[in-house]
Write a protein that binds this ligand. Sequence first.
Ligand code: ARG
Length: 459
Amino acid sequence: MASKMWAGRFSKEVDEKVNDFNSSISFDARMYRHDIQGSIAHATMLGECGIIDISESKSIIEGLKKILLDIDNGDLHFDPNAEDIHMFIEEELTQRLGSAGKRLHTARSRNDQVALDIRLYLRDEVKEIIGLVDELIETIVVLAEKNLTTVMPGYTHLQRAQPITFAHHVMAYAQMLLRDKGRLVDTAKRMNALPLGSCALAGTTYPIDRELVKDILGFDEVMLNSLDGVSDRDFCIELASAISILMMHLSRFSEEIVLWCSWEFKFIELDDAYATGSSIMPQKKNPDITELIRGKTGRVYGDLNTLLTMMKGLSLAYNKDMQEDKEAIFDSVDTVKLCLSTFIPMLSTMNVNAENMRNAAAKGFINATDCADYLVKKGLPFRDAYKITGTLVAVCIEKGLILENLPIDEYKKQSDIFDSDVYEAISLDTCVMQRKSQGGPAPESVMEQIKYVKEKLNG
Ligand code: ARG
């Protein structure tokens, strides 16, 4: 093992177990591209400001670009004994360039370097996640457009409540996902500030130009307190929290799909490519993807908890505890991307069984509210109408009928306001088509929702 950068201060090599324990390269190596991007910006600034020779700055930049190429091509492998990705790249550069390489770390600390790398890395990841959320919303919109008149029961307490359409139901998720996107966009905005130049914790005496580095790296602002710059991880927590809420939404949707796939519902059928069989029960077709998403939501909440707990007792500024941030936030990011990219094609290929949805909506006196509303529209106070309808439901249950086929004289026995137009008023189609209130299930209302969502997506 090569001796450590900081070996001068020590009289012994570090214990091998401690080295392994301390090392983060197994999980931070994935930031190599961003580490190099940050180092190139730093070296450029050092050269521009005359802190190092411009020729040395240039050779550092060339050296870093070559290292990037070699890693990308598989010609350079990460050393598992390196302390972290930052040390690995710097050591490699020094090996290749000699003394010029040793100048790269002037006016910089790994503390501000790692803070920079995570921001650069997550900034790219958030963009990808937002892209996937957009794609999911678009998939939902397509599904909704095909099912504007697909009547299904709407539920409360998982009891059939009132008729809605499948379009209306899935568009609820489009709204949630739009808010998820908003949270991700906000997080990305706040994350886009430059910590580099904070150095170890107290800035530097070198005449650095942080504004220049900020512009090279495309940050919106420079972090204005060096202690904060190196010790803040709230951007990770914010992202983990936005991802947790997004996962919670995916998990609810997944739970519904699990239910809808069951024989008890049979509202949808998953494409064979997105379902799995059982090793013993030949008849089984399991919605494993959705169950896994539901399960993985727990693990993402765990990541958020890890981050919150890891940070809560840390004195300023950097503490090694913070090295634990990466596995947690990387896991959240990987998990949500995996879930979204599997969920999207599963959703776009699933088959909707409109007939079963409609049959389910035709049972369970889902139009009882509409029957009461019929009386209200003819002048009765709602509470009286509610009571009469309750009695009618009881009559139906006793006779094994539903409101649609209960004879008119039975209606009239409860109230002489009833007329044969009641059948039209309580027909499933009327119940749905007349719910035209803003945000309601009538196709024209859902079309408004779709329009809004599309505008938001393009805006
Ligand atoms: N690998 C470390 C991390 O991920 C880098 C920062 C190390 N700084 C230090 N002073 N030991 O947090």
